[in-house]
Design a protein around this ligand. Structure first.
Ligand code: SF4
Ligand code: SF4
Length: 265
């Protein structure tokens, strides 16, 4: 998997048409080696998929498997799963059968040996790719041919990219607009909305949220028990709170006190 160590990144920007050879399979000599030598940034959608797969509350999943770190360029919180903490074995890997959460594995694991980078340009978000070459990985000695586009399709990353795009945009925009800001309260809200959907659901339905913001009934129904819809709604709410877009209609001005939703990003 992709280590945050940039030495393994090939300094060549790939496009969807770029070609490469790769195959990963249980018979390969390095099988599962990569899963212990890595640090993975878990995206909001990774966490959603994994906690549901493991039938865990987000809070318990985060406590058991992740640590929080502030993104150096934006100052916003990120959730990290680093394998040294688990004695250099991903907690989800088994020696013979491999990944036990394969259908819900994180985006980074899906993309490997491709990495994805993102930049904000004048025309919007530019997503590009690069090749990750780690010495222990023998998969690139195999002969199966791919383009980045066919690999993405095969690994089912489209849905992940779609669900994580707003998260990346918020990080990049914050990084562009002056860089890291120390805002403990704002960061707590950001982490709760995007990484702890169970707590965000309680926040929406059990605080003053619905008396402050106008939320259509059909949206309320969808976010009541659908985590994907709740995550999409979370992005809408944060865009409003971050003053990126007027996405939510305010019914009542906010005041101090429990449930107040002000952010000072
Ligand atoms: S989630 Fe699965 S693929 Fe990713 S590092 Fe862990 S065992 Fe490997
Ligand atoms: S081929 Fe690469 S990705 Fe597959 S198990 Fe080996 S090290 Fe991991």
């Amino acid at each position: 998997m992709v280590d945050l160590n940039m030495k393994v990144v090939e300094p060549r920007k790939l496009t969807p048409e770029s070609r490469f050879k790769f195959r990963c399979h249980p018979g390969i000599s390095c099988f599962t080696e990569c899963c212990g030598k890595t640090t993975i940034i878990l995206t909001p959608y990774d966490i959603l998929r994994l906690k549901n797969r493991l039938n865990m509350k987000a809070k318990d999943f985060l406590a058991q498997y992740t640590r929080m770190e502030l993104h150096d360029k934006s100052g916003l919180p990120m959730m990290i799963m680093d394998m040294p903490r688990f004695e250099h074995h991903c907690p989800f890997v088994k020696p013979v059968t491999g990944c036990t959460v394969y259908k819900d594995r994180p985006a980074t694991c899906r993309y490997y040996p491709i990495g994805q980078g993102s930049l904000i340009t004048e025309s919007g978000l530019d997503e590009f790719y690069f090749y990750v070459r780690e010495a222990h990985c023998r998969g690139y000695e195999e002969q199966d041919e791919w383009t980045v586009a066919t690999w993405r399709l095969d690994q089912g990353v489209d849905k992940y990219d779609e669900m994580n795009r707003d998260w990346k945009l918020m990080m990049l925009r914050r990084a562009e607009n002056g860089g890291p800001v120390t805002d403990e309260r704002g960061n707590k809200l950001f982490a709760m909305v995007l990484y702890d959907l169970d707590q965000f659901r309680n926040f929406v339905f059990k605080s003053r949220f619905l008396t402050v913001f106008h939320v259509e009934d059909d949206v309320k129904e969808r976010i009541w028990d659908d985590d994907e819809e709740l995550l999409k709604f979370g992005y809408q709410y944060l865009k409003s709170a971050l003053n990126i877009e007027d996405t939510l209609e305010v019914k009542q001005p906010l005041g101090p006190g429990p449930g107040a939703t002000t952010m000072t990003f």
